[in-house]
Ligand binder design. Structure first.
Ligand code: T3D
Length: 259
């Protein structure tokens, strides 16, 4: 069974974590499948949006805890982060295309933070988020210590990380950790609709919106205003801007080409 399923339809590259019997925990096969999917998303102009989800009842239970040699004299967890998790998160954030996530079930440890690395996150009502690291004597990774305080605020982030308590999808929505909670049986239809709409959108604008918003975390207002100006100057030279204005003036739907 392929550990990651990848398909392309209507400009949406769907990436499904596919180890349902292990709640889609990360192992080398999953990492390799994700890295390959990212390489394709980076280079293939036909891909204009990514949709990430999990097979079965879980989204992703984080690192496969059966994969480490716990009898080894020294275990270097940093090398797995250097090789797989950190490049993945950096590539997701740098990809100039939207990444939508459908959290279909429990998301724990690196699995929870992998979801938070996506640009727009929808969750099934029955899904939940667990910063499970502390339960096994570790600390949040896969970007969790960066995303959580920014999304939920320091107090909530600290409590989630220190207790490892389970957060329901509805509370995650209330706290701003996910965009929307939807009924389980509507999750895929709703996420696919969103992703398909984004894939038909002005892809360059969407990529630059992503860059602008993520850059704002580290910018002063003055620097951000400059970045907005430079970005608007650049995107204003594109075909999609002309098409958008023409469609408005002609009272029709725009046909964006992503250029
Ligand atoms: O090593 C490094 O590289 C360091 C990096 C670490 C990053 C991390 O992600 S650390 C955190 C790792 N994840 C966890 O600690 C979560 C472990 N899992 C759980 O706590 C629970 O499974 C859940 C709360 C997520 C779900 O509970 P529940 O009751 O719904 O399901 P379950 O029965 O526990 O799990 C179902 C099966 O999946 C079960 O297998 P079995 O008994 O049916 O054969 C279980 O062992 C397996 N499974 C779940 N999580 C993992 C896993 N197998 C391996 N690794 C897992 N992380």
């Amino acid at each position: 069974m392929e550990p990651v399923l990848v398909s392309l339809e209507a400009g949406v590259q769907r990436i499904t974590l596919n180890r349902p019997e292990k709640l889609n925990a990360f192992n080398p096969g999953v990492h390799k499948g994700l890295a390959d999917a990212m390489t394709r998303a980076e280079s293939d102009g036909a891909i204009r949006c990514l949709l990430i989800t999990g097979a079965g009842r879980g989204f992703c239970a984080g690192q496969d805890l059966g994969e480490r040699d716990m009898k080894a004299a020294a275990i270097d967890l940093g090398s797995g982060l250097d090789t797989w998790y950190n490049p993945l998160v950096k590539r997701m954030r740098a990809l100039p295309k939207p990444i939508v996530c459908a959290v279909n079930g429990v998301a724990a440890g690196a699995g929870a933070n992998f979801a938070l690395a996506c640009d727009i996150v929808l969750a099934a009502r029955s899904a939940s988020f667990i910063q499970a690291f502390v339960k096994i004597g570790l600390v949040p990774d896969c970007g969790g210590s960066y995303f959580l305080p920014r999304l939920a605020g320091m107090q909530r982030a600290m409590a989630l990380a220190m207790t490892g308590d389970r957060l329901s999808a509805e509370d995650a929505e209330r706290w701003g950790i996910v965009w929307k909670t939807v009924d389980d049986d509507k999750l895929m239809a709703e996420t696919t609709k969103l992703a398909t709409g984004l894939a038909a959108g002005p892809t360059r604008s969407l990529g630059l919106i992503k860059n602008l918003l993520y850059s704002s975390s580290n910018n002063t207002l003055a620097a951000q205003l400059d970045l907005e100006r430079d970005t608007q100057r650049e995107i204003g030279k594109g075909e999609d801007y002309r098409e958008g204005v023409a469609a408005f003036l002609e009272n029709r739907r725009p046909e964006f080409k992503g250029r």
